[in-house]
Write a protein that binds this ligand. Sequence first.
Ligand code: NAP
Length: 251
Amino acid sequence: MDEPALQTLEPGAADTTAAAFCERLGLWDEPARSGRPRLVAAMVGSADGRATVQGSASGLGSPADRSVLRELRTAADALLVGPSTLIAEGYATVLDAHQRERRTARGRAPEPLVATISRRLDPRLADVPLLAEPQTRMLVLTESEAPLASAGADLEVARFAPGALTGRAALEHLAGAGARVVLTEGGPSLLHALIAEGLVDDLVLTLAPALVAGEGRSVLHGPVFDPPVALRLEDVLRAEHHLFLRYVPVS
Ligand SMILES: NC(=O)c1ccc[n+]([C@@H]2O[C@H](COP(=O)([O-])OP(=O)(O)OC[C@H]3O[C@@H](n4cnc5c(N)ncnc54)[C@H](OP(=O)(O)O)[C@@H]3O)[C@@H](O)[C@H]2O)c1
């Protein structure tokens, strides 16, 4: 299967692939930590920082961006995705067949667990296509007593006491389920909360060659960070006019 080439910006360095990039991050070999898993965040933003075009991130992507996201998913034990993102993006089939095969060859379940935190249990979650996929394992973390039924997926609903469902509590729950690496794909509100709690270890930000403007979500949505969260730039890759930046928050 042909994967889009990613150029490193170091002079003389060979091109790489999304799979090789993820391999180098050590996600497959992440040791179990006490307390919580390693949390990698992946987002795509326009050059002016917007996270959506007409309500969806898909207008900002590219084949290389899709490849990076899917390879990060391949190496993750669980995905953590905000309920509004699952709904807005109509989440379905998170991996391609060759990625499922690589996971099983390495002794992993064919698909990562897909988890969401919806404290009030957004009723629109029932219509997310993933919930109808028999190969999907889904975990809904909530503070609500409202029911949620699967339409075919392997669904677990974990109930928390009101006020108890923080990002850390969610990650601890995922660690208890055996997750060593969790990939959060936002959205901007959930990502803000996870960064505010100091839980994000790596931020893989794709910068799309587009200017969007308007009032749509930016990559991070929430109260101002004062002082700003400082980031250390660890990796820069390029595919055509998309840039792939990996940052590590500096505490
Ligand atoms: N460009 C990108 O890479 C990208 C990535 C993802 C999404 N998006 C776009 O972003 C939009 C959705 O993002 P969003 O920010 O509206 O929603 P979101 O982050 O996907 O979900 C927000 C929901 O998360 C729940 N949540 C759980 N814990 C939270 C906490 N501590 N703080 C805040 N919320 C918490 C809340 O629901 P409860 O009240 O039920 O807890 C909240 O309403 C969509 O348009 C999507 O297309 C873009």
